[in-house]
Ligand binder design. Sequence first.
Ligand SMILES: NC(=O)c1ccc[n+]([C@@H]2O[C@H](COP(=O)([O-])OP(=O)(O)OC[C@H]3O[C@@H](n4cnc5c(N)ncnc54)[C@H](OP(=O)(O)O)[C@@H]3O)[C@@H](O)[C@H]2O)c1
Length: 344
Amino acid sequence: MSERDNLVVRFVKTPPPGPLAADVFSWEKEPLAELQDGEILVRHIYLSIDAGSRAQLDERTGYVIHASAGKVMMGAGAVAEVVESRHEQWRAGDVLAVAYACWQSYQVIRPDTETLFRVDPTVAPIAMHLGALGWVGFTAFIGIFEVGKPLAGETVLVSAAAGATGSLAGQFAKISGARVVGIAGGAQKCALVKEQFGFDDCIDYKRGDIGESIAGACPEGVDVYYDNVGGEIQRAAFAHMNTFGRVALCGQVTQYSGEGAAPGPNLMVAVRQRLTVRGFLVSDHLERREEFVEAASRWYREGRLQHQVTVTQGLENIHEAINSLTLGHNLGKQLCQVADEPAH
Ligand SMILES: NC(=O)c1ccc[n+]([C@@H]2O[C@H](COP(=O)([O-])OP(=O)(O)OC[C@H]3O[C@@H](n4cnc5c(N)ncnc54)[C@H](OP(=O)(O)O)[C@@H]3O)[C@@H](O)[C@H]2O)c1
C-alpha cells in the first residue's frame, strides 16, 4: 500500500482578501499507513467545495471551523470508492459518502467511528451525494422545513439561489407550496434559477437597486428569507420582511473572503416585525437525515428535484475550485474531482 501515491493538501498560511493563489496550500506525496483490522482504504472521487472552504482559511470570518498551518485540509465531505477493506461490512468497489474528508487522494477510514453513508451508484449520479442528497441538501432541508417553515402561498426569498444550498432551499420551499423568489448574480444564473430550479422569479443583484428589485419581485412582502450571503442583500431583505416572518440564517458568504463583515442590518426591524431570526447548524439535526434522504430521493425520482454540478478537475487545482465558488462561477454544487468515477 505504501507505494500508492497519496497526494496530501496542507494549509500553509492565511491568504490576503480575494481569490486564492496556490501558495496558500502545499501538495505533497506522502506514504499511507498500513491498513489495520476494522479499517478501509478509500480513493476519493469527488471532494465537496463549499463556501466554508474559503471561510475556514481566515479566522476573521468567524466561521465554524478554522484551518491550522501545517495541518491537512478538511472539507465537508467526499464521495469515495473502497479500494481495500479489513472491515467485514465493506468490500473493494463499494461507494460511500463521508461527512468530513481530508483533502488527499486516499484516506484510511475506521467505519465504526466515522459518519459514512453507503452510496448506490445505480440510483442517482454519485456526485449528488455531495449536493441534493448530501450535506448541502440536508442543510437546505433543515433551513426550510425546520427553521423557515413556509406555508403554502407565502413568499420565500433565497439568496445565492443558483448555488448549491440556495438552489435546493428554493426547490424545497416550492414543494411546500410557497411562492419562491431567488437572488443571484447575473442573467445566466437567474435564467437557471427560474428555468431549471423552478423558482417563480429571480432577482439579478448585480443590476439595479436590490431593495427596489425585492419590492418589485415580492409585492406581498417576504415571509421567509433564507440568508446565505449577509451584507447588503441581507440589509435589503430585512427591510421587506412581513410580520411574523422568519429568517433562516444559513451563512454569510459576503464575509468569507477576508474583506471583513459588512455593516449589519438594522435589527430594530426584527423587534418591530417580531421576526424569528434563527441561526442553525445542520449537525444538530442528524436524527432527521434518514427522513431527508428518503424524501429527496423520492422527489428526485419524481422529477421534482433538479441537480446541477460544477466540477474543477484535479486535487492540484483545489484552490481554483474554491475561487470558482467565491467568484460566483459555480452553477449548483461546486466539486473538485480527484479521480475517475468507478465503472458500474
Ligand atoms: N448552517 C449550516 O449548517 C450550513 C451548512 C452548509 C452551508 N452553509 C452555508 O450555505 C451558504 C452557501 O454555501 P454553498 O457551499 O452552497 O455555496 P454556493 O451557494 O454554491 O456558492 C456560493 C455563492 O455565493 C454567491 N456569492 C459569492 N460572493 C457573493 C457576494 N459578495 N454577494 C452575494 N453573493 C455572493 C455566489 O453566487 P452569485 O454569483 O449568485 O453571487 C456563489 O456562487 C454559505 O453561506 C454557507 O456557509 C451553512
